[in-house]
Design a binder for this molecule. Structure first.
Ligand SMILES: [Zn+2]
Ligand SMILES: [Zn+2]
Length: 249
């Protein structure tokens, strides 16, 4: 399994970059996890959108879904290969169809087949198993655990420190964790629904993961600050993801 980072900004994109978006390739499948501002442009550098098997949307904040309407237009008017089934499955919070219909009209639902995410309903995608856990964030948000051929990747999505997300992350090879907040704002994590670098490090330690990748950096922050803070809390390797980079799981 490998994950390519298409965007790593939280809230709004840092100059020249994109918000949350991760292309996961595993067991011959291509999964796009989140699709924030600027992600479609990065995605198209690497994969034809008709070759995606599924899109997973962790939650309906714009920095995770802003490019969904653009993806729909690309699917609608692009050069469709004859083998394309005509609709792309999208796993998302239950309100997603109504949300996108409100933004772009009912035609939003023509190319996208929405399935509601649920903690109690794992998804098996021909060799890739997905499980979900609600996070601690102001709107309905899901962390995602992906397993294929014995490798495990967990993406925290947006969350403040959460026992449920730690449980979902247990024993993961790679934990892709948000580290939005500067250490100075640790006391605001709960209200903001985000983590600092040290909180992400503590999560990685409690979950016993092998490697910690930090993401969802606020555009005015220095990604190296949460890396240093996380390293103080977690013994394993820690790094800040870079846009366009591929990470083996
Ligand atoms: Zn976000
Ligand atoms: Zn959010």
């Amino acid at each position: 399994m490998r994950v390519r980072v298409l965007g790593r900004s939280g809230g709004y994109p840092r100059p020249g970059e994109a918000c949350s978006g991760y292309l996961v390739e595993a067991a011959g499948r291509r999964l796009l996890v989140d699709l924030g501002h600027g992600v479609l442009s990065r995605l198209l550098l690497h994969v034809d959108p008709y070759r995606l098997d599924v899109v997973v949307l962790s939650h309906l904040h714009p920095d995770h879904v802003a490019d969904v309407p653009a993806l729909r237009v690309a699917l609608r008017w692009g050069r469709k290969p004859p083998s394309w089934p005509g609709r792309l499955p999208v796993l998302a919070p239950v309100a997603a169809p109504e949300y996108f219909a409100h933004v772009v009209g009912e035609q939003a639902l023509d190319e996208l087949d929405f399935y509601a995410l649920s903690e109690s309903e794992p998804v098996d995608l021909d060799g890739v198993q997905l499980r979900f856990r609600r996070t601690r964030h102001p709107v309905e948000t899901y962390a995602v655990r992906l397993e294929a051929h014995g490798s495990v990747l967990v993406y925290t999505a947006d969350t403040s420190p959460s026992e449920g997300v730690a449980e979902l992350s247990r024993g993961a090879d790679v934990l892709l964790a948000e580290a939005t907040l500067s250490e100075a704002y640790a006391d605001r994590a709960e209200a903001a629904g985000h983590m600092t670098g040290s909180q992400a490090g503590k999560l990685a330690r409690e979950a016993g993961v092998r490697r910690l990748l930090l993401t969802h950096f606020f555009p005015t922050s220095d990604p190296q600050e949460p890396v240093a803070a996380a390293q103080a809390a977690f013994d394993g390797p820690v790094e800040a993801v870079r846009e366009g980079e591929v990470y083996e799981v």
